[in-house]
Structures are given as C-alpha cells and as structure tokens.
Design a protein around this ligand. Structure first.
Ligand code: ATP
Length: 341
C-alpha cells in the first residue's frame, strides 16, 4: 500500500483539539497517511518568532499536501495573516468550499448542495495599504487578468468534472467597474469559448446574499473574488448548521492545503467542546483529492467509510453542542469511530 506524507499544522485555539480528533479517526479508519508536524500561527510565533516559518512552507512544497488547523495571526501591524501568506506563497489560487445540508443537523433549509469557489490570491487581500495623510488611509484592490482567467478556467473545469450545471458569479462591477469588471469578463470569455454547456449567471453580490437566504437551492456553484468569497462562505455555512460543518480546500497547480472554514474560536478553546467535523470533512476532501491526483483507490475507500460514519453518527443524533447535541469533542470522535463499523 502506498503511504502519502502529509504536513500537519495543528494551529492554535481549538486547532490542536480538533486536529487530534481527526488524526485519531483517520488512523482507526486506516487512512494511508504519514504525518510531518509543522507549526504556524501563534504557536509558531512563540517558538520561532515568525507566524509562518520558512520550514513549514518548505515542508508543504516537499510533500505537496497539508492538513491545517486554524491559525491566528496577531491583529497588530506588521503581521500578515498566516492564511493569506500560505495561499500567496504556495500559489493556492482556488478555495473550494462545499456547502451541504446534513441529515441530523436541522436548519431552515433542506437540500442545500452548493459549491463555493473563491479566488484566493488577490483583490483586497493583496495587502497593499498606505497611509496617505494623517486623515486618509487606503487599501488597494488588485485584479489581474492572469488570476481572473486562471480561477475562471479552474472553476469551469471543476464544474465539468463534478457534473455541475450552473456557475453564478457574485460581483459588484456596477461600482468597481475595472476590478470586478475584469473578473466578470474573464469568466464570461472562458464560459463562451470553452464551456458553453455550463449555464452562466451574473448576480450583484448584495442581491445575491438576499437570494441565498431566501432560497439557497436556486444556486449550484458560486464563483467569487477573494473578499466576497470569504464573507459569502460564512453566510452559506450559516445556512447548513454553522462553521462546524463546512470543510475547505486551498488548491494550486503544485500543492493543496485542506482546512476547516472556521477560525481558532478562542472563546471555547481548551474546553474540549469544539466540533472536529469541519476538519474531518476537510480531511475527507484531502483523501478524495489524493485518490484522484495520485490514482490511489484506497484513499477513496477510506474517505467514503469516514463520510458514511459521520453521517450515521449525526443521523443518530450523536453530535456536538454547536449543532444542538450534547457531545464533547472526545465523545463525538468516539461516536464516529464506532460508526466506522
Ligand atoms: P478567529 O479569530 O480565529 O477567526 P473567531 O472565534 O473570531 O476566531 P471562528 O473561530 O471562525 O471565529 O468562530 C466563530 C464562533 O463560531 C466561535 O466563537 C464558536 O462559537 C463557533 N465555532 C467555530 N468553529 C467551531 C467549532 N469547530 N466547534 C464549535 N464551535 C465553533
């Protein structure tokens, strides 16, 4: 059996708790993975003086895969977010966030099955901010044809592979005519030339948010620039049960980093109550990615077993407190392990 080496970044806040739970489930399920642990975020800052040590980046470049817990970055000036740095340094230009209703997690909506694709490297996240005068500060929104075309091509190819029927772009090109205008024109061009069979729709982001909360099932796939992608992902998490049930992948041409959408949730850190499901679902995405990229069917089998196990646990009402259940992290982890059969 082939073993895949994966960089594990436990992160901080609830990160180490949920990472440990996920590692345990993967081990019991027989995932063919070997971990190389590296630091990022506050823990890295304390031990090495940097929020993202070069050795962490190098390890991911070497193994091309990472599973990452949430990492916080000090808010004060001088620190660029770990997540933003990782995405830019490793050219992880596409963020994929599947948003699905889960049986056993009651919400206002049923049958939500949406995939969000977020451009991960530019826009207002370019980090170009200036103090112009004592009164004026500014932040620059950068859009390049290269990145806009790259994410559009990636999204349409992904839609084809996943047999999705429609891509909707959320934008604000009525105000940001050049930057969002470029994002739109690149997507339009890619669809017209290469993917005429995939339905294409443009919706202004504010109206899109309203439509999402009225009826999320009207959307199939969303493609957004960086900031709208960040905000709309959390909004969509709220439609299906919250941040505890939304996984994420940051994918580039060379490497991929899998992480939950939620942050380090410092208010519940250390209490043993965090929900490890979002990171577990991200690990399942990682196994499916390995199965596809490295043609390793065993990863697909383990991914399906884990997925069935957590779905069974949820359907039996065995869930953490954020989902209305009464289990702590450890008890939910055991529930998933028991359901592995
Ligand atoms: P950060 O500053 O790292 O973004 P945050 O607390 O501001 O942390 P999130 O971690 O994204 O933001 O979470 C917001 C709230 O959602 C948390 O305070 C917590 O109540 C809840 N939450 C997020 N993730 C989880 C989880 N895995 N399990 C349980 N509750 C969670």
């Amino acid at each position: 059996m082939k073993i895949h080496r994966v960089v594990l970044i436990p992160g901080d806040g609830i990160g180490p708790e949920v990472t440990q739970a996920v590692q345990r489930i993967l081990e019991v399920a027989g995932a063919p993975l070997e971990w190389e642990e590296r630091q990022a975020g506050i823990t890295a800052l304390e031990s090495s003086g940097e929020v993202l040590p070069a050795e962490t980046v190098e390890a991911i470049q070497r193994h091309r895969l990472a599973l990452k817990g949430p990492c916080s970055t000090p808010i004060s000036e001088g620190f660029t977010s770990v997540n933003v740095q990782l995405r830019q340094k490793l050219k992880l230009y596409s963020a994929v966030r599947p948003i699905s209703s889960l049986k056993g997690v009651p919400t206002r909506y049923q049958g939500v099955d949406l995939i969000i694709i977020r451009e991960n490297t530019e826009g207002l996240y370019s980090g170009v901010e200036n103090r112009v005068t004592d009164d004026v500060v500014m932040s620059m929104k950068i859009s390049t044809q290269t990145a806009c075309r790259r994410i559009a091509r990636w999204a349409f190819r992904f839609a084809t592979q996943r047999r999705r029927r429609k891509i909707t772009i959320f934008h604000k090109a009525n105000i940001m005519k050049l930057t969002d205008g470029l994002f739109l024109s690149c997507a339009r061009e890619v669809q017209e030339h290469d993917y005429p069979n995939i339905e294409y729709e443009e919706v202004i982001v504010d109206a899109g948010c309203m439509k999402l909360v009225q009826d999320p099932t009207q959307f199939d796939m969303l493609l957004l620039e960086n900031l709208y992608g960040d905000v709309v992902s959390d909004l969509c998490a709220g439609l299906v049960g919250g941040l505890g049930v939304v996984p994420g992948a940051n994918i580039g041409d060379e490497q991929a980093v899998f992480e939950a959408v939620h942050g380090s949730a410092p208010t519940i850190a250390g209490k043993g109550v965090a929900n490890p499901l979002a990171l577990l679902m991200s690990a399942v995405m990682m196994l499916e990615y390995i199965a596809e990229k490295r043609k390793d069917e065993s990863c697909h089998e383990v991914a399906s077993r884990i997925q069935k196990a957590y779905l069974r646990a949820l359907a039996d009402g065995r869930k953490t407190q954020d989902l209305g259940g009464d289990l702590n992290t450890e008890a939910f982890t055991e529930a998933v392990i028991e359901s592995l059969g």
